[in-house]
Design a protein around this ligand. Structure first.
Ligand code: ZN
Length: 298
């Protein structure tokens, strides 16, 4: 299959080779290299860019590389998750266990994201993020995030306790969700053309995740407003006494500045009703007879 971006890959690769050869030559000068990059940056900063609104989430081959053209996509939902205390995972002292934990976490997170039909997934640092767009994007993003939360609590936490020494840091996944407008383009000179997703969703979701503790999920207030009308997401199943209660509580994420008012999910998929609730949410169901909302309860 021919890849339309392969000529761009080749151009990027040639550029990378030229830069790396230049650095090795005896005439290499860092001041000349910086002057060249100032020139490049000045051109980039002063050149007009084209922004095209797209309704459908673009595939990677739709994104521009050479051309100063960005695609703008509205109502994108980003889920970001990363390992707690990853700086404490020590590749000197605990190289074996740390590497095995990374492999287990990134592998399973990508597989869990994949279950909910994301438009894009990337492993980033010690975690991963996924983008959801289109039909039931908020619901799919929620189910992915809730499943990662449960996986962290029920699988990663116990596996660390059971398999690793007591001195190994308590770790687990911290997860966030945010939504909004993204602009996308490919940028690359290293022989790879990395897609860039610029805008609030990925940035805010990552800050929500940073604000969470292990096994926690935090969403922005804008995301919560979309999720809250859904009884399956906003209220518990009723276990153990048959009375559904509200699942979310307020939390501040200071790094989000004026958007710091966020909401934290205080539960996990129920052992008894998790399958039924996840299925209902993905089927687009919203209303339950056992949930009675009292207006202005405060
Ligand atoms: Zn239940």
């Amino acid at each position: 299959m021919s890849d339309p971006s392969s000529e761009f890959n080749l151009a990027s690769f040639k550029e990378a080779v030229r830069l790396s050869e230049a650095a090795k030559s005896s005439s290499f000068s860092i001041s000349a290299a910086l002057a060249e990059q100032q020139e490049e940056a000045s051109t980039d900063i002063t050149s007009a860019v084209e922004i095209e609104d797209v309704e459908k989430f673009p595939s990677l081959s739709d994104l521009y590389l050479e051309k100063r053209k960005w695609l703008r996509i509205r109502n994108v939902v980003a889920v970001s998750t990363d390992l707690k205390d990853s700086t404490a995972l020590n590749f000197d002292k605990y190289a074996q266990t740390s590497a095995r934990l990374y492999q287990a976490v990134t592998g399973s997170v990508v597989r869990l994201f994949s279950l909910f039909d994301p438009q894009f997934i990337a492993i980033q640092g010690d975690g991963a993020f996924a983008l959801f767009h289109g039909e039931l994007a908020f619901e799919r993003a929620f189910c992915a995030a809730a499943s990662i939360k449960k996986f962290s609590l029920a699988s990663i936490g116990p596996l660390i306790d059971e398999k690793f020494s007591d001195s190994f840091p308590d770790s687990g996944l911290k997860t966030g969700i945010a939504s909004g407008i993204l602009v996308a383009k490919k940028v690359g000179v290293r022989g790879t053309n990395e897609p860039i997703w610029a805008g609030k969703p990925v940035n805010f979701a990552s800050k929500c995740a940073q604000g969470a503790d292990r096994h926690e999920l935090i969403v922005t207030s804008a995301v919560y407003e979309k999720l809250a009308p859904n009884d399956y997401i906003d209220y518990s199943c009723g276990c153990p006494n048959g009375v559904p209660y509200p699942l979310w509580g307020e939390i501040e994420v200071e790094k989000l500045g004026k958007h710091s008012n966020c909401m934290r999910l205080g539960s996990n998929w129920c052992e008894t009703h998790g399958d039924e609730f996840c299925r209902a949410i993905l089927d687009g169901k919203k209303t339950r007879e056992d949930v009675v909302r009292t207006a202005a309860a405060a």
